[in-house]
Design a protein around this ligand. Sequence first.
Ligand code: CTP
Length: 394
Amino acid sequence: MLQNKKILLGISGSIAAYKTAVLVRLLIKAGAAVKVVMTPAAKDFVSPLTLSTLSKNQVLSDLSNNDSWSNHVMLGRWADVMLIAPLSCNSLAKMAHGICDNLLTAVYLSSTCPVIVAPAMDEDMWLHPAVQNNLQIIQQFGNQVIPVENGELASGLTGDGRMAEPETILSKLEDFFLYTKELAGKKVLVTAGPTYEALDPVRFIGNHSSGKMGIAIATEFQKRGATVTLVLGPSAIAAPAGMKVVHVQSANEMFTACTTVFDKMDIAVMSAAVADYTPVTVTEEKIKKSDDFFSVEFKKTKDILKHLGTVKKEGQILVGFALETHDEINNALKKLVDKNADLIILNSLNDTGAGFGTDTNKITIFDKNGGEHQFETKLKTAVAADIVNTIIRL
Ligand code: CTP
């Protein structure tokens, strides 16, 4: 299953590091080529000699060694996937905040391949909000996390925090390579976030979109092997690593960014909350306070989804969103036809756990063949997987 796959195993300092000897053996038996990078602390838990013998490759842990320098960029480029197991609390924090103080963190920060991590720590540490926050940050960067397991911990306590067993990690890697084949070679455009329409140099009209849903969709496409271009409006969420990101502010900038690349795309998912209107004039100087009432004249923005629907070629798949507050199904079906989309994803603001800013969403997908696919309320990452699966089936 892992025949000829190149796996860069990063080992950080945790007692679970002792399990990596078995893990490396399983990876090699499955046909993978394995190179190991360790943090200095990891060497206290498992011997580099054991790992170099099992992996049949020299184990690296220093950025420089006497007169030689470890090329961290080429290591990241060599790998099909970087697996960090175990991921300690400390290395997790470094990954989340871009700290580069050893070879493992240098390789991680310069890697262009997908990264999968298997955390390991004691339950109280694991549950600390700082750790959970860091975990969310690295997932938003596009890294995949193999869940910790429940059981006996190094402290003698029992609870969550055990690193997944080597066999589980192996099967996650097998799933990963199975998945990545699905959309290999496909080019995907995703829009995400709000747009800001300037009124003057200091003010804008915007909306509450966080960009979470679109970023989750872009990340899911990337996981399946697609080459992703993310056109991202002003969002507080960091764009994931490993995809082309075009930052835009206004609806007009988003229109230009999308229309420039759409021709080369196989799939386009318009999940951004684009402003429908923009001020007719943007003053060069700050608008000063004067009368009790103040009005602004707006003009329509260009509808990106609708435009792409008119230039869409045979074989291109175009997906839009409909965020509705009333008459949801009819409005969504109308958008499917009006915008010549292949799929419309409806979320209703009347559903709890759906809409802007939340970590969850509840969607119904309508396809151009008359199909209707309903899903339960789920984390936006899981909703993204449902959306990508529906697109693949189409
Ligand atoms: N959209 C777009 N360009 C715009 C406005 C919307 O590409 N200028 C896209 C959104 O990204 C979304 C879909 O159109 O995929 C639906 O957006 P929505 O604002 O709900 O629909 P509208 O067509 O603007 O209709 P209404 O505001 O009447 O609901």
